[in-house]
Write a protein that binds this ligand. Sequence first.
Ligand code: SF4
Length: 222
Amino acid sequence: MPRESRIQQRARATEILRRLRRRYPDAKCELNWSTPLELAVATILSAQCTDKRVNLVTPALFKKYRTARDWARTPRETLEREFHSTGFFRNKAKNVRALMARLDAEFGGELPGDFDVLVSLPGIGRKTANLLVATVFGKPGLVVDTHFIRLSNRLGFVKGETDAVKIERALQKIVPEKDWTDWSHGMVFHGRRCCLARKPDCGNCPVSDLCPSVRAAGAKTG
Ligand code: SF4
């Protein structure tokens, strides 16, 4: 694919999103939750773990822990045991307790809706903060996870880039702000269902004519 201008990149991104919306009309966050605190916990648990596994673990937790104080006052060892099957359980237990203690002490037990406040809280990085503002508060957010990183490279919007913050900044200039959330969901859905890490299904891809990596169809690609 020849070198594109920024205008051409934006036009290509708009067309990619149009097609992904058509392919995945129900694209959304696949973690189960019913309150902002629940999504915050589920998102922390989803690090290095599948959403499917998290969704198996969280129903019992959400029944038991209703408020930030409930979480914050639970002994770390108990949470470690309950988080065990999601991996990295020690860190996750530490982060959930610290986050909930801050929310209880400083925010009336509620999750704040401001991105900059969210990223200042324990256990909340940019990816989680973007997911929370986008999913809970309906604000635009680019949620740069492993699928987003892989697809941004394969689609040629970044080159050999693995730094999530750099990719977020690059895509902010290409995807219109109003579409950031849909773009994020589109990347995850497409990455999970078609543009798989080991074997992208380029023959069944709705954006293959817009993708510089299409020739790698069927082969292992990075
Ligand atoms: S053409 Fe292939 S590499 Fe490109 S987005 Fe589609 S599945 Fe992924």
